[in-house]
Design a protein. Structure first.
Length: 210
């Protein structure tokens, strides 16, 4: 399960991906960063007749049965079962977003395996967003209202499967995929929940086991 990814060129990705569309930058002084669960990250979402690069908190609302008795909801970072009633309500275009990434990690013993596209082109996770959600993420903070996001996962391709045989993030790399994910009905967009082709990822083992 991917619970760490890198955002190094989110603003540059917006300029390259949507050069002919109006877009607004709501991220302030956004710099390169590694994103962990419950942290803020940049997402791309429709904004009227244009696009917005906005900040959101990583972790969608958990199904009630997974929330603690104290009411704390740590959030769900990856979504696989889109047939679940809990997720179906957020599968329409109004709840979809793109999450810029430069690399993503899967844990290995003693470190992480980092995956990057060999092509070096812009890439986005197929994201789901929920705006203005009130919940208790941390007991010390009490109830907060946040814009939240997570992204879809699917079966792994060959490179990811060697490290994590159960799943990989859904990564979109083509303009028609980005447009479909943001605007198409679910009956069409669902076909994008698929792994990247074998051979398109480079793997870097950081602090690998002995």
């Amino acid at each position: 399960m991917c619970n760490l990814f890198g955002q190094e060129t989110a603003k540059e990705a917006m300029r390259r991906v949507f050069p002919s569309r109006r877009w607004v930058d709501e991220t302030g002084n956004l710099g390169p960063s590694q994103i962990y669960p419950d942290r803020m990250a940049a997402i791309v979402r429709p904004d009227g007749d244009g696009m917005a690069l906005a900040m959101a908190r990583w972790g969608l609302p958990s199904p009630p049965k997974f929330q603690s008795k104290s009411g704390i909801d740590r959030g769900v970072t990856n979504v696989r079962n889109t047939a679940s009633p809990h997720w179906r309500r957020w599968l329409g275009p109004e709840h979809r977003c793109l999450v810029p990434l430069d690399k993503f990690a899967e844990p290995i013993k003693g470190g992480n395996a980092w995956f990057t596209l060999k092509s070096g082109g812009p890439a986005f996770f197929a994201g789901i967003q929920v705006r203005g959600w009130a919940s208790i993420r941390k007991l010390k903070d009490g109830e907060t209202t946040d814009d939240l996001f997570a992204f879809l996962t699917c079966e792994p391709n060959r490179e990811v499967g060697k490290v994590h045989p159960k799943a990989m993030p859904v990564v979109l790399t083509k303009p028609d995929e980005w447009e479909s994910w943001l605007a198409a009905p679910w009956s069409e967009a669902a076909s994008l929940q698929r792994p990247l082709p074998d051979g398109c990822l480079s793997v870097d083992l950081v602090n690998p086991p002995d």
